[in-house]
Structures are given as structure tokens and as C-alpha cells.
Ligand binder design. Sequence first.
Ligand code: HEC
Length: 231
Amino acid sequence: MSQHDDKRRKLLGRLNRQLAYTAPLLALVAGGAVLQASAGDDAAVADVTSPSEASLMLASNHAEGATEAQGEAEGEAQGEAQGEAEAEGEAEGKAEGEAEGGASAAVARPEGYSPAYSEAGDNPREMLARGEALYYDTSLSSNGLACASCHGSDGQDMGYNPTFEQPFPHRVAMAANQFGMSDVHADEMVQICMVSPMAAEPLAWGSEALTSLAAYMVEVQKRVAGEPHDL
Ligand code: HEC
């Protein structure tokens, strides 16, 4: 007995027992043409395609088709539900983005703003003295901290990343990560530390406090970079 005959008998046996195994039936339907082609005029082949077997195949195919249709329907429903969830996610993302945009608008220089300090240095002594005083002022924050709490006192600079060795404006990780700003000026960095670690409102643009703190930080930056400074 050839392998083909053996295989076919087993498949036919399953059909006759009307076992609705969709996977094997599909295999039989798919393999039918091959069986026919290789088995030639063998009478058994006729059995496979006899009306009763054919209708059985159709019936199970139909059942399979129905399952597929249901599967598709479920798939679509799921797809839609997921689609909706994604749409919601996008909406939330957008809302967050706008909220962040608002936050960065508060810490980024307003359009056309020109600061009253020089980022190159050479700022008035009184401005630097005022900045230094504010640097130690815990009343600027809502959490009892002063700039000096994190960045050190008496010239012991600390809490800075190596980015601080570059003159302003430059890239700062906190500014990029929390506010989406690629480069920051000294006054913008002051505002970021006001809003984030100091948990306070940003200082008013053009205010004496912001101007003098920024001017002071310009000199601190030079000190950290090991350059001549006015402190
Ligand atoms: C709770 C701690 C904390 C407080 C308080 C704080 N900062 Fe910062 N500040 C940081 C951290 C952390 C960084 C480092 C950010 C980075 O590099 O990503 C930083 C960075 C800076 C930088 C340098 C960033 C750079 O590389 O150019 C400046 C300038 C600065 N802060 C100014 C201030 C000022 C002014 C105040 C007070 C108004 C202040 N900070 C208060 C935590 C603090």
C-alpha cells in the first residue's frame, strides 16, 4: 500500500466520522488537488470528491468560514476599540504636549525679549551682589530650598552637570527633558530651577530678581569652567 493511499484513508475516515476538525479538513481541501493529481484514476479519489464528501467539506468549510467571519468581526471590534484607545492616547498626549508647551512658555524667554543683563559678563557689581543674595534666599521657593541648597555655598559649586562648563546658551538635560528646550539662556535656566526644583512660580520677565540671579549665574558658570570671573 502506498503512503498516499494510507494517508487518504485516514483522512477519509475522519470525514466519515464527521469530525469537524477545521485544521485537518482544510489540509484535506488544500491537498485534494495534489491527491487527485498523483493518484490518477484510483477509485478512492472519486470518493474524496463524491457528492457526500464534497458537501461535508463544504459544510465544514462553511463552518470554518463562519468562524473566520466571527473572528474577523471580533478582530475588527477589537481593532476599533484599540483604535479608539489610541485616539484617546493621542488626545491625551496632545493635551500633555500643550500643557508642557504652556510650562516651557513660562520658562522660555518671551518673543522679542531682551534681557537687562549681559550673558557675556561684565555686569554691574550691584547686580551681582543682588543675585548672590537671592541665591541664598529660601523665600524664593515653596519648599524651603534656596539655590544654594543644591548648588553649594561660599563658592563651593555643586549640583551641576558638565554642560555647565560651556558658556550660555547651551544644552541642559533638565531643560530638554522636562521642557523640550534644546538650548537655554542663563535666565531661562534660573526660571527652570524656580519652577522645577524650587517648586515656585517663575520670576517676572524683566524683574530685578531674574536679571540679577541670571547675571550672578553667568559668573558662577565662568567659575565652574575655571575661567576668570567677577565673584
Ligand atoms: C533641588 C535642587 C535644586 C535647586 C534648589 C536649584 N537647582 Fe539649579 N539645578 C538643579 C539640577 C539637578 C541641575 C542640573 C540640571 C541638568 O544638568 O540637567 C541644576 C542646574 C542649574 C544650572 C546650570 C545648568 C547648566 O548646565 O547650565 C543653573 C544655572 C541653575 N541650576 C540655577 C539655579 C538657580 C538660580 C536656583 C535657585 C533659583 C537653582 N538652580 C535651584 C537642581 C536645583
